[in-house]
Ligand binder design. Sequence first.
Ligand code: SF4
Length: 655
Amino acid sequence: MRYAETGFNLEIDLTRGSIERVATDPRLTELHLGGLGTNTKILWDRVPPETEPFSPDNILIFATGLLVGTPAIGCNRTIVTTYSPQTLLMAYSMMGGFFAPELKYAGYDKVIFRGKSPNLIYVWINNDKVEIRDATHLHGKGASETAELIRQELKEPSAQVAAIGLAGENRVYMASIEQGRSSASRLGIGAVMGDKGIKAIAVRGTKDINIARPAEFMELCNDVLKYIQVRSEKPVPGVMPILAGLGSPAEMKLVDEEWHTQNFMWGNARERKRDYWNKEIEEKWKETQESVRTRLISCYNCPMKCGALISVPGISTYMMKCFSKLTYTMAAFSDLDFGFRIAQRATEYGVDGFSTPQVMAFGLELYEAGILTDQDMAGMPSDTQGRFYWLLDRIVRREGIGDVLANGTYWAAQQIGKGAEAYAHNNIKKHEQLPLKLGMLNPVYFLMYSTGEKINITQIEGQFPQAPFPTMEEREDFVKDWIQVPDEKFKKYLLDWEMRGERSNPYYPTVDMSVDIVDWMEMMHYIDDALGVCAGLSSFPLKPPYHIHNYPAFISLATGIDMDEAGLKQAYKRNRTMLRAVNVRRGLRRADEKPPEDHWKKRFPELEAQLLDAYYKFKGWNKEGIPTKESLQELDLAYVAEDLEQRGIIKNEQS
Ligand code: SF4
């Protein structure tokens, strides 16, 4: 018997119209856990590195994490994996909500699509009955509208539906997959879904999941609930409000946006407004937020309520969470009311709420600079809000200049030329990042931004504070109950970290300490993404309920696999290295591993080189960031080493 997982994947070939229920190899669970781990292995095995993202040979995987469907709190992530049209590397965007548990209860750990459908279709998974159904009548419909129409058509109000909007159908590089209470948005995975002709996937599942040792497992789950309660009564002092508690950043609850509005850049990462926030704006924004926020909502089996239903008069209700509250407002130099209104249309179109506003602001900056002309923008309104709506409509339809901007700032700048590249100044590995431009280089963040395989700088940080506490008293107070540290040395790193002087950024944390800290952050994210646990309860916030010391018990009791800390760390290393190998085989090299040039005002080329060298060495990679044969062999990945050797990647790069 398989525990925690179903032991079956759905394999759907859209070219042939075939559907198969395929038993999976339990050994792969031991090696890679599930979710992101097994997705990476499948992508490596099945998709040759030369494959274009829009080739029928590219695959699109909707995976549940290993512990999804068990009573583990906040364990509800769908991990969507494919090759990204934006970066050309592996994409793995995640969504919370209810889709993944429903898929598990229908009896599947993953749905794997290959090929392309000649017509627009949707897939209806109703426990053992799976159908490919015509969706031509849904062409051009909004993502939430599509979900509702499908539920009505199926007469199944409880079906969970993941759908694309017009942006995905038109292969817009920032197209998202929307799912009512969450979305998988980054790296253009919605464009791949649209390219395959999939408008939506509807799921209804009513089966059980087996737990190896249920009574003990429930005890652990109850401990997590109790800990969440304790933490909610004891926010971390001395950090910005969104980092004080647990969950995804609680933007829907918070009104105080001084930190975001004054520290993040407005426009296309163009301008900081240091004196923006004041009492009058706070009052106005509070009124706006409270008037449109119908209620706070949670994902499956989670008490945190990070999201909110937003109802703006005259337009239909939608879900919002996290920093997307501010992205449109700040990109357009506008106010919060505008942000809430345009986000509804953008959600129906199915676009990434982080990249899209920046791309539109980029278009307007090019226009102001004379690089885009009146001819390019013919018919554009004169007011900024009107211009944003106008650009959004054109981008998702790929009309006129929208057809160029739909490829994101990196590719659009190359197509436009005439100096447009200088305005695409906020990319890492061809992908738009959060609009941050900072002063002093932080060595830990330098490494996370440069080397992260997730490729966007949101959600890669975690349990080590982002900045030092000003006083020793505060630091001592913080480390007192810091049970999550994998090793006591991290407490010392924090205690010694000063705001100024010798023990401050950029030379402290030292190179070796920075590598240690990044490895810890990465470890937690890779484990979460394999188990399907929300980062908001584990890898992202300070002092979360899940950590490296209790995760092995969760895995062992749920799955029956004998897992200890050493085994879990080895599985993390294997998954992390495998993902690196996938991208290395697609051409990723050291030269690609750099933050935007102006991300920090002060840069330290020598230190940055040392940081990369030390990080690569720690990981068992060579100076180009390519895993060595020996390190691959140690991780049971000898077949990966062989492949890289045959392609001349290991031999040529290491000699
Ligand atoms: S912490 Fe927030 S985002 Fe995460 S599962 Fe819970 S409600 Fe969803």
